[in-house]
Write a protein that binds this ligand. Structure first.
Ligand code: GDP
Ligand code: MN
Length: 379
């Protein structure tokens, strides 16, 4: 679950990371109130869960409350990468002398959290990693020891930070790491961490991704979920207990079991196609759940063919077949479909589907090849 900038920064502040004064507003009235209360130049920032807001015109400076209102009027309601801006952060504007990048992520290869810093802050860190990887310095954190002071100092030296800011930097790095750990985050990032003209360090932007599987122990964080910002179909999937991730291919996949779903996606790739989604209907899925899954898959306009790959164990093939029939009845799909059902009650399952307009396959390889051919109009 991704958090908004204002939510991330509030969490950082709880861990002692200095952030600008400010508040969130949903109306021009609120913008004016906040700007008046701050009594200094402010920056108005669109709160949407995508990066690159600055370039899209979603970040504007204002000298006084009247100007703040005018700028907010331009930003509220604006569309940024398909998301409508419904709230803005009104922060005291910072006088920036230097922009730094500081972030923690889980590094699967290192099996540890890794903290990264770069002197190239404020810009897209992926670009820095691609073009000038030597400008990013990293330290791997031992989960039992936490981020040691010397490691934070190493980062500061590595990016050539003036020694005058060393103490503050170490405190911020340790605060950020504590926020990351304490929230069960998979990413916690300050970009930019700025040195102001007054010589203070300040987290100007914040981003956090919380591990969904840990939300059960953070009810306060779970409440921060912004439903308006989520893909409506991923939301519906969560409601039905389906694991669904939308991708950008053209073959909709409905599979039971995460491993089998991965294998199915791999095979569609192998035969020259690309999966439109990852979808695991789980064990013992009933007809209603299968119907919801198909509805969700077909809601994606890029889907040119659907591939059902069901291995009946606890899940019964006849139950899945009934779900497919119910879904076909309901959504009347226009795209071709291939079904491969094997395992528990496969005979009954196949018999049920016999009358439906479906291609069938015996093996996964055959099913994947058919789905790719159908998606590419070769069958
Ligand atoms: P992002 O584009 O979505 O990552 O949003 P950021 O919060 O990182 O802002 C992008 C850029 O806008 C920063 O790198 C700064 O250069 C600039 N910016 C943001 N806040 C301020 C501010 O208070 N004062 C000034 N002068 N620039 C700001
Ligand atoms: Mn940023």
């Amino acid at each position: 679950m991704r958090l908004h900038e204002y939510q991330s920064k509030r969490i950082f502040a709880e861990y002692g990371v200095p952030i600008p004064q400010g508040d969130v507003a949903r109306s021009l009235e609120e913008v004016r109130q906040i700007a008046t209360r701050l009594g200094k130049p402010v920056v108005i920032k669109a709160q949407v869960l995508v990066g690159g807001r600055g370039k899209a015109g979603g970040i504007l400076l204002a000298r006084d409350p009247a100007e703040a209102e005018a700028m907010a009027e331009r930003i509220l309601g604006m569309d940024i990468k398909g998301l409508t801006v419904s709230k803005v952060l009104v922060d005291e504007a910072a006088d920036i002398a230097q922009e730094i990048y500081l972030g923690v992520v889980i590094d699967r290869a290192a099996c540890r959290p890794v903290m990264m810093a770069s002197s190239e802050g404020g810009v897209d860190i992926e670009e820095v990693a691609r073009l000038t990887p030597e400008r990013i310095v990293k330290v791997a954190v031992d989960p039992f020891l936490g981020l040691r002071e010397y490691q934070a100092r190493d980062l500061a030296f590595g990016i050539g930070l003036d020694r005058a800011y060393l103490r503050d930097f170490v405190r911020i790095a340790q605060g950020l790491y504590a926020a990351f750990l304490g929230s069960d985050a998979t990413l916690a990032e300050i970009n930019p961490l700025v040195v102001t003209a007054e010589g203070e360090l300040l987290a100007l932007d914040g981003k956090m991704i919380i591990d969904d599987n840990a939300l059960f122990r953070h009810p306060d964080l779970a409440e921060l979920r912004d439903l308006a910002e989520e893909d409506p179909y991923e939301q519906e999937a969560r409601l039905f207990g389906l694991s669904y991730v939308r991708l950008d291919g053209e073959i909709g996949c409905m599979v039971n079991g995460a491993g089998l779903a991965m294998a199915t996606m791999d095979l569609t790739k192998l035969y020259g196609g690309a999966p439109a989604n990852f979808l695991d209907i789980g064990g013992g899925a009933k007809a209603e759940k299968v119907a919801a899954a198909l509805r969700i898959i077909l809601s994606d306009k890029n889907v040119k063919a659907v591939l059902f790959n069901i291995f009946g164990g606890i899940t019964r093939c006849d139950e899945v077949a009934r779900g497919i029939l119910a879904a076909l009845e309901e959504v009347k799909p226009q795209v071709p479909m291939v079904a491969r059902l094997v395992g528990t009650n496969e005979e009954e399952g196949r018999a049920l589907l016999a009358g439906a307009k479906l291609f069938t396959a015996e093996t996964l390889a055959e099913a994947a090849q058919k789905a790719v051919a159908l998606a590419q109009g070769r069958m």
